[in-house]
Ligand binder design. Structure first.
Ligand SMILES: [Zn+2]
Ligand SMILES: [Zn+2]
Length: 831
């Protein structure tokens, strides 16, 4: 069938079209044609269709009268009377499908967080035989039967009668309307008089919550005869402008009956409200942090963004501001202006950025007009937020990657915060980059796009240099605070001096001691979790590996277990080596768990906290540790890159980097860029308050340019060096790059397929294309799959995509499934 989904714009028909093309959530690069019967579907709306033995819901991409070569099945149900994806979002879906070579149905599924809305239920309808039986019963007299038979027969005809008048009746409705039981219905199904089917329906996913409201009468003149618990609730209510969620009151540690008593005494009433309004209950109040006085650079930045927005033309601005320069305040002010002008804005943040405190702050700035989309939302909650945005009730949308698809209308501005962050890239189909999709969405909706970062990606800065993007710079910190001084400690030299492989250098110990004595705070970064990164046998040298991946297991002292950080596999530490049975198992390399333990030993007086994926299971854990750090209950915080992102703790005057440069050894052309970004970001945490900050950077690579430019806070110097290397090596932004991964849980199959694709690349002339490989992937085995890959570099995107399309065509002819050949356009991870 091929790619037949270009039949835009909407077709206008005087007569109802005969067919529709539907994008279904399956890994095939095509749309499927169905015959329309009954209700006319809409382009951009969902329909329920039969597919193989299943019923699937998909989005209509076109309406037409072209009879397909194969017999078309009929649409079962039209789920949306109006489009759920408007024309702009449908165009964006097509662009993603073409650019990332992703099946259109999977793209559309990613864009629509509405799967939870579709509920399945049993419905009944009458069959032709049933109609005939009903007709026969009306024309013939009753035969002689027992009383019971007659009753049953009457009931059967009643069911047929009911179904003859209405389509698709829910089982519950049918039973309550006729009094039929399950056995009778089963009998009728068996006689083929009626048919039972799975039906699908959508429903509005709005939940409600209960709110306790203080009654007018109770205010001011509180009755005297109240017990302590009753008073507690009334006080809580009056402190919260007379209202609080019932669930919140349950947290007050009073018996459940107390609230009921207050309701009985007519002091409190319980009302129901749509959940999304009740969750926060926060209105705009008091001065928000936008009321800061902007410095001249911030004012100029805001003016520039506002000018772009006002022009109603597509433009991209790169907001490059050093750490602590007040970028956030600038783009929040721009978003507030958009809201006041009656239009919409979307803010994308990295995965770790949406803490409850950040959400509360956004509510304070934008009131109830903000919809916050984060990964902890349930399917129903996500659907609910989606509808709020669609109805225009929330014109400010804040969320991670997929918030770029929010159905905001009259979109004026899209902001991508920390635009260099790797979490914007989706590592499963469709493998889109949220930042790049944001730029395309801005283009399709004539909106302004702002990319903000202290360490812009090489690609974005290159676009700014080439004047494709407008460059807005904030070169100084707010209140002219200085950037922290960075001291680089050569750990090779430290080893020669001390003769031991120490985790902390003498300089770091001295600096930490000094800060803690002065009542200041410090952060220590080691970007690796667990206790030891390798578990080795001293006798045979065998490193213990994951059984699903070619990855060394990390030892976690907490629970005394080993864990694979790629697939999550866990195993107890064996008593003897599985290879040679020796008892000499030992542990090598350090992770954040070990750093915390060693810090406790070195600084017994310190109040130490740790932030990594082992201590942070939910957003609230993260928040709790950060709050303790803010409040000074913790004065020494250790963690992985989680601690590097965007926290503004004024007491931090020292940042120690214990291991951030081991990534420089990775076989990845972006290793230097990532290391520079991490070092700069974590260094930026120091000295954001009154007292100037300092950074102690321990490294085994003191001569590496990523370390040296980070030491001097020299983004431009790093960029210029890195961009020369990229140009010389034909890496992005000087080429379009894709990673083609072949994977299977059988090694011989992986090798066979890889060989076929390799020979195909060799035999076909793909001009302007360089193919590296095939080679075994750096992680040869992952989650039980064996992996080989090709890296494709092309002078132009058209050539790259044309070659990839032909390659996928060839793979299909060779019966290699789309789930075994992974195409990752603009791949960020080549592992
Ligand atoms: Zn061994
Ligand atoms: Zn694993």
């Amino acid at each position: 069938m091929g790619m037949a989904y270009c039949a835009f714009p909407y077709n206008l028909h005087l007569l109802m079209p005969a067919f529709c093309d539907v994008a279904l959530p399956i890994p095939l690069d095509m749309v499927f044609t169905y015959r329309i019967a009954g209700v006319e579907p809409v382009v951009g709306g969902r329909v329920l269709v039969p597919f193989r033995t299943e019923r699937l819901s998909g989005v209509v991409t076109a309406l037409h009268d072209r009879e397909p070569s194969m017999q078309a099945k009929t649409v079962l149900q039209v789920l949306d009377p109006e489009p759920v994806l408007d024309l702009g979002l449908m165009k964006l879906a097509q662009w993603i499908s073409q650019y990332y070579l992703a099946p259109i149905g999977e793209v559309v599924r990613t864009m629509l967080p509405l799967a939870a809305e579709i509920k399945r239920a049993k419905v009944y309808r009458i069959t032709e035989t049933g109609h005939e039986a009903l007709h026969a019963s009306a024309t013939s007299g009753s035969s002689r039967r027992s009383r019971q038979d007659v009753d049953t027969q009457m009931l059967e005809y009643e069911v047929l009668d009911y179904l003859a008048m209405s389509d698709d009746v829910l089982e519950s409705t049918l039973r309550s309307a006729t009094g039929a039981d399950r056995k009778l219905l089963n009998n009728l199904v068996h006689k083929k008089w009626i048919a039972r089917e799975d039906a699908t329906s959508t429903r509005d996913a709005r939940r409600t919550v209960q709110i306790a409201v203080l009654k007018q009468a109770a205010e001011g003149q509180l009755p005297t005869r109240l017990n302590a618990n009753q008073q507690k609730i009334l006080e809580h209510l009056s402190q919260n402008s007379g209202r609080a969620a019932v669930e919140q009151i349950r947290n007050l540690d009073v018996p459940r009956t107390t609230l009921q008593t207050l309701v009985k005494r007519e002091l409190v009433e319980i009302i129901e409200e749509p959940a999304d309004f009740a969750i926060t209950g926060m209105k705009k109040r008091g001065p928000s942090h936008l009321d800061f006085i902007f410095n001249p650079q911030q004012k100029a930045a805001l003016a520039s963004i506002q000018e772009s927005v006002a022009s109603r033309q597509f433009s991209v601005s790169l907001l490059h501001g050093v750490t602590g320069s007040g970028k956030t305040a600038v783009y929040l002010a721009a978003m507030q202006a958009v809201l006041e002008s009656g239009r919409s804005a979307i803010l994308l943040v990295p995965e770790i950025g949406l803490t409850p405190a950040a959400a509360a702050n956004l509510h304070q700035v934008f009131g109830d007009e903000v919809a916050i989309l984060h990964s902890a939302l349930s399917g129903d909650e996500r659907a609910e937020q989606w509808h709020r945005i669609r109805r225009g009730e929330a014109r400010i949308v804040v969320g991670t990657r997929s918030a770029v698809f929010a159905p905001a209308s009259d979109l004026a501005l899209i902001v991508v915060d920390e635009e260099h962050d790797a979490s914007y890239k989706q590592e499963e189909t469709p493998r889109y980059h949220g930042r790049d999709v944001a730029v395309m969405r801005g283009k399709l909706s004539n909106a302004s796009v702002v990319l903000a970062s202290a360490t812009p990606s090489i690609e974005s800065y290159h676009n700014a240099e080439a004047s494709k993007y407008k460059l807005i710079q904030l070169t100084e910190r707010v209140e002219r605070r200085p950037l922290p001084e960075v001291e680089v400690v050569d750990m090779k030299f430290d080893f020669q001096q001390s003769g031991e492989d120490r985790l902390f250098s003498r300089q770091l110990i001295e600096e930490v001691t000094e800060r803690l004595a002065r009542g200041e705070q410090a952060m220590i970064l080691l970007n690796r979790r667990g206790y030891s990164s390798v578990v080795l046998c001293r006798s045979c040298g065998e490193a213990l590996q994951c059984k699903n991946c070619s990855i060394a297991l990390t030892f976690h002292k907490d629970g005394y277990r080993m864990e694979c950080h790629f697939c999550g596999f866990r195993q107890a530490v064996p008593k003897v080596c599985p290879a040679c049975s020796s008892e000499y198992i030992f542990f090598l390399g350090a992770g954040s768990e070990k750093v915390e333990e060693r810090l406790h030993a070195a600084f017994p007086q310190a109040r130490i906290g740790r932030l990594d994926r082992d201590t942070v299971r939910t957003r609230h854990d993260f928040e709790r540790v950060l709050n303790q750090f803010h409040a000074g209950e913790i004065n020494l915080l250790v963690g992985t890159q989680m601690i590097a992102k965007g926290h503004d703790v004024h007491g931090v005057t020292l940042v120690g980097v214990v291991g951030a440069d081991y990534a420089l050894g990775f076989p990845d052309f972006r290793a230097a860029e990532r290391t520079f970004q991490l070092l700069t970001q974590v260094a930026g945490r120091a000295g954001r308050g009154e007292t100037p900050g300092k950074v102690v950077l321990q490294t085994y690579h003191p001569d590496h340019y990523a370390v040296q430019f980070a030491e001097r806070h020299d983004y431009l110097g790093f960029y210029e060096k890195e961009v020369r290397f990229r140009k010389w090596m034909h890496y992005p932004p000087f080429s379009a790059l894709a990673n083609v991964l072949v994977r299977s849980d059988k090694l011989d199959q992986t090798l066979q397929w890889t060989g076929k694709l390799g020979r195909w690349f060799e035999s076909t002339r793909n001009e302007g294309l360089r193919v590296l490989g095939p080679s075994v992937a750096p992680i040869m085995r992952l989650k039980r799959d064996y992996r080989y890959h090709f890296i494709l570099k092309a002078a132009s995107r058209e050539k790259l995509n044309a070659a990839l399309r032909r390659m996928l065509q060839f793979a299909e002819e060779q019966k290699i499934s789309r789930t075994n050949v992974i195409v990752d356009v603009d791949a960020l991870s080549l592992l």
